[in-house]
Design a protein around this ligand. Sequence first.
Ligand code: FCB
Length: 418
Amino acid sequence: MAAASKEILRFPENFLWGTATSPTQVEGHIENEWTAFTAQDGGHCHVACDHYHRYPEDVEWMTKLGTNAYRFGIEWSRLQSAPFEPLNQTELARYADLLDRLIAEGITPMVVLHHFSNPPWINAAGGWTNAATIPAFVDFVQQLVAALKDKVYLWNTFNEPDTYACVAYLLGGFPPQQKWKLGQFRKVISHMASAHVQASRIIRRDGVAGGRIPEVGIAKNWTFFHAYKQFSPWDRTTAFACHYTFNKFVLDAFLGGGRRKASTFIGLNYYGRVRFHHFQAMIPASGAPVKTLKDFGFVCDDMVERYPEGLEKILPYLHRKFHLPIYITEHGSASADEDFRARDLRQNLAALHRSMQSGVDVRGFFYWSLLDNFEWQFGYTKKFGLLAVDFEDQNLPRSMKPLAEVYAKICRENGVAG
Ligand code: FCB
């Protein structure tokens, strides 16, 4: 008997199917706090994928994939070497050229203004723990919006402020590698939240061009934190403390009360969940042994536990709470097992589709990532790319992985087999 052909779960017309990257992870030739940073595998970001020079080729790859959107960052440290300076015109022209090439290919850009990195002069003055960073950032945004408003209408102010403040000031994984500085964590979040509100006002006021109303929002990482054993008070407390600090506190800081009005959308970065057992985060990214995770019955990529059904919890929750359209600004997996990645993507997209059927307004999905790249403290060992990059070859050739074909089909059909 022939296998019944699977129903295609279709997405709305004009749905954005994109890929995502960030400057430090792909561009290379960058001067920020990551320049002097050596990752766990000995890797650094000095050349990364050389997207800085190879972006024309990368745009061609995006068209081969059939994507109609690209989320990427504009690196503040390239554009200003002191506060309130005029923007560097050469660097600005390079980003403008990237934008023109995207637009010419029918690829809608979403620009990220802060993705885990700052100019050296900001870091020297204490980074986001210093309130003086707020007006400096707002000035950068104001100048950038004036320069690029004809080319960009989707603006993403901060990428995962929760991850940035947590890994830099609590876990010591990102520069400035501080540990358990809860006061600094809270300061960073609250300064970024005010910067978001001020920058958003400017974007919405100055960013109108050619009849397009600018859209602005943050990208919030949402991780579910659960106890492995429901009856363990310790694990439940740990899970609750993480949920409270990284989800609730951060969401309230950026979108609570009157602040909600600053944003026109919510960006959601969604990967999965973390379960705690005897205070330990049971995920590969925290060093939990793969065998133990298997014995526990956890399905993980090289980073976290996969939890597609979580999308059907978080999306309706955000929708009910804020009544704002949502973009999935990041989702992806890192694994050498491409079948696993394909299954995982389909399961997450099916969960996304069900959430949308139930009334959640989701406008787009950006796969993390276009390329294998510099994955922060993990270096080049975690491979999230649709395209592989041969880092041994100095020409850094790109090639499609099997998942790229799967994603190209999804983009082409504007749907996924259910
Ligand atoms: C997100 C980050 C992105 C990348 C992916 C795997 O938390 O925004 O830069 O590291 O995870």
